[in-house]
Design a binder for this molecule. Structure first.
Ligand SMILES: NC(=O)c1ccc[n+]([C@@H]2O[C@H](COP(=O)([O-])OP(=O)(O)OC[C@H]3O[C@@H](n4cnc5c(N)ncnc54)[C@H](OP(=O)(O)O)[C@@H]3O)[C@@H](O)[C@H]2O)c1
Length: 328
């Protein structure tokens, strides 16, 4: 376990990082992402922050960014209005970053929810709980690879369920057939397909450090919603601690394939990576091992099947978006 004291010591060194760090947050309008955004902005000098909010959250997020501008006026804080429950909206997000930046150092993704109320497809015909937790996240990484590869030590943090991957319904990856869908199955698919796709990105982009974090129960608005549906996990990390730990995962060289960010605190060693080359991390910052399941999926080329399926989904979303533009 990485103690909170170690996390704080490490985060205090972020100020010494080179200026003009570029970070994109998707999911920072609430919960873990919001706390991570607040902590990173506090520590880093002259950051270029990009943060995505859907229309219903723009006003409150703009207020949050205003407080960050006051507490760290060296930074620039850009709000991008987009609804990441639609894959096609990711183009807007990426364009907004690409117009102004020539590199991206950190992509922090924590949008998502458990669909306790059932599956209500978006206009793209997808389950929004899977889009926010899987498709849109992977689309973001895919599109930002050119800018990530220009950063000195690029890092991706995806907050979901690293190490908690489970068996996939390989004949119905999107769980379209109603008997195959449940809020639990869509969570397992999002996490497992996420790890496999992130491992693919890691393999093809060897300088890219990728963390898939399972934060455990964290006392956020997301968890409060879960409680309404009868879930009440026993011990909960505070939202503040989750943000401190998230920033540690995003900046410590402990989770880097090559150094370049915050040097490791004494007594720590580089975290172990999965067989597919990413850091699957437990709530306390230790590597977890789900190799038995993941090895079998890779051996049977399920990772390739997942990616090929995902690319078809992306193509379908792009086609729908362009035909709806034509209709206007
Ligand atoms: N908290 C936990 O105990 C826990 C444990 C394990 C894994 N996780 C996962 O970690 C991630 C972050 O959790 P959290 O507790 O920080 O969640 P949260 O407080 O509910 O925040 C979720 C974020 O996702 C966005 N979002 C939710 N539903 C959306 C939708 N339909 N369309 C577009 N954006 C949507 C929210 O935007 P708005 O502000 O606009 O709603 C917000 O930015 C989630 O994927 C969650 O499943 C959480």
């Amino acid at each position: 376990m990485v103690s909170l004291q170690t996390v704080r010591k490490s985060n205090a060194h972020i100020a010494a990082l080179p200026q003009d760090l570029v970070a994109l947050f998707i999911g920072a309008t609430s919960g873990i992402g919001q706390s991570a955004l607040q902590h990173l902005s506090q520590h880093v000098s002259s950051p270029h922050i990009y943060s995505v909010a859907r229309a219903t959250s723009v006003a409150s997020h703009e207020n949050l960014l205003a407080t960050l501008r006051q507490s760290n006026p060296t930074g620039t804080y850009n709000l991008i209005t987009a609804d990441v429950s639609l894959v096609s909206e990711i183009d807007k997000v990426v364009d907004a970053v690409m117009q102004k930046e020539s590199k991206v150092d950190i992509v922090f993704m924590s949008a998502g929810f458990m669909a306790y109320e059932g599956r209500h497809n978006t206009g793209e015909g997808l389950d929004p709980s899977m889009t926010t937790r899987y498709y849109s996240r992977m689309r973001t990484v895919q599109h930002l690879l050119p800018l990530l590869n220009k950063a000195e030590s690029p890092r991706i943090v995806s907050v979901l369920a690293g190490g908690m991957e489970g068996p996939l319904n390989e004949d119905d990856l999107d769980l379209r057939d109603p008997p195959n869908w449940s809020f639990w199955n869509s969570s397992v698919h999002s996490a497992t397909m996420g790890t496999l796709a992130l491992e693919r990105f890691a393999h093809q982009n060897p300088r890219l450090s990728i963390v898939h974090w399972f934060p455990g129960p964290v006392d956020t608005p997301g968890l409060a919603k879960a409680r309404k549906f009868g879930m009440s996990p026993p011990t909960q990390m505070s939202q503040v601690e989750s943000g401190e730990r998230a920033v540690f995962l995003a900046t410590s060289d402990r989770y880097a394939v090559q150094g370049g960010f915050v040097p490791m605190e004494k007594g720590l060693e580089t975290a172990k990576r999965s067989g597919g080359g990413i850091f699957l991390v437990d709530p306390q910052g230790e590597s977890t091992d789900n190799e038995r399941l993941l090895f079998d999926l890779r051996k049977r080329c399920v990772d390739e099947a997942v990616w090929s399926f995902t690319e078809n989904v992306f193509a379908d979303c792009a086609a729908r978006a362009s035909s709806s533009k034509d209709e206007l």
